[in-house]
Design a protein around this ligand. Structure first.
Ligand code: KG4
Ligand code: ZN
Length: 357
């Protein structure tokens, strides 16, 4: 089977072609192309995503990106077996660009249309085998445990993206139990907001991670909200407020030549990852889990992955770093395990789609 994936839920315009057979061997998928056009330069200029601007850029990019994905995959529309499309959650203007394009292509090419929940889509980046990546450095293959591809159920899923932080218990494809999630800011959002307070560009997660390498994570005693709460929920807004108060009381902290700036970055990263890990351990113990998969942009954080491995004695799956952040490979991969919609024209973008059903 060959599936074209399309992803436009936030500021990226992405299309990918993935080849695979869901049964033999199970879960082995091969990337034929992976195109991601980002308006990140524009977002960096304004310190975040301006929804209308993102959608305008996506409208310009969507057709060239899909054409490029087919070209690089050396594949024609006739070769496709289906189109998988993210229909939510996300920014409504951005989602509409992808959903309406996918519906149109599904009609004119006469291909089944598979609607994908973006949040579930993130987890499917764990089904990609690095040995099959094209044009991507295989340096990551060093870390074999993380990148074997394929997942065995039951397994615990930790989603850590810019907009979501959720713990999910997967029993099978499309069969899962929602355990808990953030009550306010997501982990990625906390990285981004703290980065802004430190004068770092958007998106802030990778910048905090880089600065933190030079810092001591134990210098600032930052709060770990809800770390001991008797549930699987998270809260990160108090941590951000604590950082804002620190910076307000001592503006010299964020001067580039102040070594305390790196210490603060390291302490922020340590606090966020502490909470994520504590709740993940708690869930894995409660449900006697042997495998955990992490997904979403923050999964690209090495400090998090190393700390997870040190503290959890379970098998941990983390996607290749370039497949942690938004891409269409994960959407196409998810498409292998989900059913097409019977009437493609009835599909509606759903900005507030969640994992609860
Ligand atoms: O999953 P994603 O691409 O988009 C959403 O669906 O939200 O996640 C983006 C988030 C941003 O908040 C970004 O700062 C964060 O992922 N991120 C990281 C790293 N790379 C991306 N956070 C911490 N460390 C990183 N290396
Ligand atoms: Zn995402």
């Amino acid at each position: 089977m060959i599936i074209l994936g399309i992803e436009t839920s936030c500021d990226e315009t992405a299309a990918a072609v993935v080849f695979g057979n869901r049964k033999n061997p199970p879960g082995r998928l091969q990337i034929l192309s992976n195109i991601v056009a980002s308006s990140a330069n524009l977002q960096a200029k304004y310190g975040g995503v301006i929804p209308e601007q993102a959608a305008r850029e996506q409208l310009k990019a969507i057709i060239p990106v899909i054409k490029e994905a087919l070209l690089q995959a050396q594949c024609k529309s006739q070769d496709l077996n289906a189109i998988a499309i993210t229909y939510g959650p996300g920014l409504i203007g951005s989602l509409l660009v992808g959903v309406e394009t996918a519906k149109t292509l599904s009609m004119i090419w006469n291909k089944p249309l598979i609607p994908i929940n973006h949040l579930l889509g993130h987890f499917y980046a764990n089904w990609i085998t690095p040995a099959h990546l094209r044009g991507v450095s295989l340096d990551y293959a060093r870390d074999k445990q993380a990148h074997l591809g394929g997942v065995t159920f039951p397994c615990l899923g930790l989603l850590v993206s810019g907009g979501h932080t959720d713990l999910v218990l997967f029993e099978g494809h499309g069969k899962y139990k929602y355990l808990g999630g953030t009550r306010d800011d997501a982990a990625g959002e906390c990285f981004d907001k703290c980065a802004r307070l430190l004068g770092l560009p958007y998106p802030g997660g990778p910048h905090i991670a880089k600065l933190a390498q030079k810092g001591n994570p134990k210098v600032f005693d930052l709060p770990r909200p809800m770390i001991l709460s008797d549930d699987f929920d998270f809260s990160f807004s108090g941590l951000k407020t604590a950082v804002a108060n620190l910076v307000e009381s001592d503006p010299k902290l964020i001067l580039h030549n102040n070594p305390q700036r790196a210490n603060l970055a390291a302490s922020i990263q340590d606090a966020i990852t502490d909470v994520l890990i504590k709740k993940t351990i708690k869930a894995s113990q409660k449900y006697h889990i042997r495998q955990i998969m992490v997904a979403g942009g923050v999964a690209a954080n090495k400090y998090l992955s190393e700390k997870l491995r040190r503290n959890l004695h379970t098998q941990i799956r983390i996607p290749l770093p370039q497949l942690c952040t938004d891409n269409a490979v994960m959407v196409a991969a998810a498409g292998f395990f989900q059913k097409p919609i019977s009437n493609p024209l009835s599909l509606q973008a759903d900005p507030s789609l969640s994992l609860l059903y």
